[in-house]
Design a protein around this ligand. Structure first.
Ligand SMILES: [Zn+2]
Ligand SMILES: [Zn+2]
Length: 336
């Protein structure tokens, strides 16, 4: 007989996928099953959809419940990491708690006048989790985000909003502009919040549109959350979009979310992109949009631009389709 206290505590689902080392991983961190109002897919169906959409991980974020956490033990696997989470729908905006302990619910019954938001964020942080301001410009009462971003780790500037046919819209444009408005000041002050994109899947066909591509030391909950927290990530409209952004000065280089400490030597910025034929690449710094270039009608393209730290505190990139809708956007690389 094995006594209860000698049985190792099971991890459901596993917090780490064996044999998956440093690399870029694709994941969707805002996903509802049929347990959420308006959701129609079971965890098993969502797992099939995640694999079909080219995702390496997903976060389960039901509205104010952890009921389905245990249901992910089976669908998770060597090719699909599952992050346990919750969408906390308060009276003054929604936020995602990612990486919460299995079976633990985050309180949601409050608004801005109750003075409890900091304590709730604190609790998630103490458990090693991440707090994401969700769809901050959602156009319905209680969906619009009324808290300051200050205590949040990440802003969901691109939310699929139940529309796989129109995953980019005016609400996302407003959220991106609001995030971008204070980015230079925040980077200068040493604490900036990365952007992320998630589908907010409720229905079939929505998963992964968009999703976040993260550099992680391994495919594990802790490593993926660390990559998102550090902004070593970019947002893809779908798995068809490939992108890499690198800056270099002499023999040194840095990628998205990293810093290239330069004196004032020339810096080359290079983005390689495919999957957005006929679209446009634009470069954005603390001086606004500084360079724009069209992409060819077919194949991959490399676009370069030159700057210096004195004129660009950071560089980030947007890739838009020919109709103006977003195809991909990156977090900044910092140059000073
Ligand atoms: Zn929501
Ligand atoms: Zn949601």
């Amino acid at each position: 007989m094995v006594r209860d206290d000698e049985i190792p505590s099971p991890e459901f689902p596993p917090r780490r996928v064996a044999g998956r080392g440093p690399g870029w991983y694709r994941g969707d961190c805002h996903v509802h099953s049929s347990r959420s109002v308006g959701g129609e897919l079971t965890p098993a169906q969502l797992a099939v959809a995640a694999r079909a959409a080219g995702l390496d991980f997903l976060a389960v974020t039901e509205h104010n419940t952890c009921d389905t956490h245990a249901d992910w033990a089976q669908p998770a696997g060597d090719d699909l990491l599952v992050v346990l989470g919750q969408e906390v729908t308060t009276r003054a905006g929604h936020w995602l708690a990612l990486g919460v302990p299995a079976g633990q619910v985050v309180e949601w019954r409050y608004g801005v006048r109750d003075d409890v938001i900091e304590g709730q964020l604190d609790q998630v942080h103490r458990a090693g989790g991440l707090c994401v301001a969700a769809h901050p410009q959602a156009p319905y009462p209680s969906g619009v985000f009324m808290y300051p971003y200050q205590e949040f780790d990440v802003v969901e500037v691109w939310n699929g909003q139940w529309r796989s046919d129109l995953p980019w819209n005016a609400d996302n444009e407003a959220a991106l502009a609001e995030w971008g408005r204070t980015l230079a000041f925040d980077i200068h002050r040493g604490r900036w919040r990365p952007a992320m994109g998630n589908s907010d899947t409720h229905l079939a066909g929505q998963l992964g549109v968009p999703h976040t591509v993260v550099f992680a030391e391994e495919l594990s909950v802790d490593a993926v959350l660390a990559g998102i927290r550090a902004g070593r990530s970019w947002i893809a409209g779908s798995a068809e979009i490939q992108l890499s952004l690198a800056v270099s000065a002499g023999d040194r280089s840095a990628g998205v979310g990293e810093r290239l400490a330069t004196e004032d030597e020339p810096v080359m910025v290079r983005v390689d992109v495919s999957g957005a034929p006929g679209g446009t690449v634009s470069f954005h710094t603390d001086r606004g949009t500084t360079h724009r270039q069209s992409l060819p009608e077919a194949g991959a393209a490399a676009v370069t631009w030159h700057t210096r730290a004195a004129e660009s505190l950071f560089v980030r990139v947007e890739v838009r389709h020919s109709d103006g809708h977003m195809a991909a956007l990156t977090n900044p690389v910092i140059l000073a």
